[in-house]
Design a protein around this ligand. Structure first.
Ligand code: 3HC
Length: 319
């Protein structure tokens, strides 16, 4: 629902977006633009932070020191992405506490993909290649979005995600070209489990995407869910097949006329179950976040006490 802002302000706002100008925190914006951004950026921030869990679980089990160092750096990057995004959302007038409360109370959404388990080491590689690859596809679009703080956060996040993508792909290529039969089987099993959830990450079909029209009108999204999903499929399927892997889709075909890959139907019932909190790992993910939040209470209290002390000593000294 578009708010009842005076027509003139709305018109100027839309003209700025049409000229490619960025909207900045102090600028006038429709209430609905602010609401949509808070919704999307906070969901995105939660996704980054919850997204640390499936891969973080494998840090103690990495097969060698190099892989362990890379994985630790990657998981730490995701924490940083969460920070940039919570900051970007805060510029719109919501507090960090409100966002975290919504996540921990189960009121906030975060990406469906992180509610699936990482059962084998190759899952870490597939998250790097396909999950981070899908995220980059979406985030490269968002780097062009009309809201300045979100767009700038995306530029940096995409640069880091590119390393994540490459390390995942490097692992899959290595296991498939020089690995043992057991490693190849592990990679295929991971693909079988991550393929469909990865395609769901892009969100529902355009016809079932209630937020897209207003997001596209105001330059938050500039490309649709289906458009990005299709481009990703077209780019990645040949690379996956070239390694001798099988994509778990009996309906998959290459359409010679449109030169695009056509996939079978996505199981949207499964997607909505996961989004509504009934996925294989939803409860475990939220419990892990709650524990981290509780364990970090003493840090928040120490920081607040220090800030209070500094403020009162400045006041006492008149500075
Ligand atoms: N997981 C969970 N919920 C999803 C979803 C998904 N994959 N896709 C859509 N939804 C939800 C939407 O949030 C919306 O619910 P809401 O109105 O209650 O908020 C509902 O389903 C309908 O979907 P829409 O298509 O109307 O929603 P959007 O227009 O917002 O499009 C989106 C969905 C493409 C995910 C968009 O929100 C977006 O681009 N978000 C920012 C990017 C992001 O959050 N990415 C998450 C992954 S980040 C990541 O993977 C971290 C990396 O380090 C790996």
């Amino acid at each position: 629902m578009i708010d009842s802002a005076p027509e003139k302000k709305l018109q100027e706002f839309e003209e700025r977006i049409a000229r490619g100008e960025k909207i900045e925190p102090g600028d006038w914006m429709p209430d609905e633009y602010r609401r949509q951004l808070i919704r999307m950026i906070s969901q995105h921030a939660h996704s980054e932070v919850v997204g640390m869990l499936p891969e973080g679980a494998w840090i103690p089990h990495a097969p060698n020191l190099r892989r362990k160092m890379v994985l630790m750096a990657k998981v730490q990057d995701e924490a940083g992405h969460g920070q940039y995004l919570y900051h970007a959302a805060e510029t719109l007038g919501i507090s960090r506490e409100e966002m975290l409360d919504a996540l921990l109370a189960g009121r906030a959404k975060y990406s469906s993909i992180f509610n699936y388990p990482t059962l084998a080491w190759a899952d870490v590689a597939w998250i790097g290649w396909l999950v981070d690859g899908a995220a980059i596809k979406n985030q490269t679009m968002l780097a062009q979005c009309s809201y300045g703080p979100y767009s700038r956060a995306m530029v940096r996040i995409c640069a880091e995600e590119t390393f994540h993508y490459k390390q995942g792909k490097e692992m899959i290529v290595k296991y498939m070209t020089t690995g043992s039969d057991a490693q190849k089987a592990m990679v295929q099993d991971g693909l079988n489990r991550w393929w469909w959830p990865m395609l769901m990450m892009f969100g529902p079909h355009d016809s079932d995407s209630p937020n897209s029209p207003v997001l596209m009108r105001w330059g938050i999204k500039t490309r649709s869910n289906d458009d990005l999903r299709q481009e990703f499929i077209n780019e990645e399927i040949p690379e996956v097949l070239a390694l001798g892997l099988t994509i778990p889709d009996p309906d998959l075909l290459f359409d010679e006329t449109s030169k695009t890959w056509q996939i079978g139907p996505i199981n949207w019932d499964e997607f909505w179950q996961v989004v509504r909190g009934n996925g294989p790992m939803n409860a475990e993910r939220l419990a892990a976040r709650q524990k981290a939040h509780d364990d970090g209470r003493w840090v928040r209290e120490a920081v607040a006490a220090y800030a209070e002390k500094v403020a009162s000593s400045k006041y006492a000294s008149g500075k």
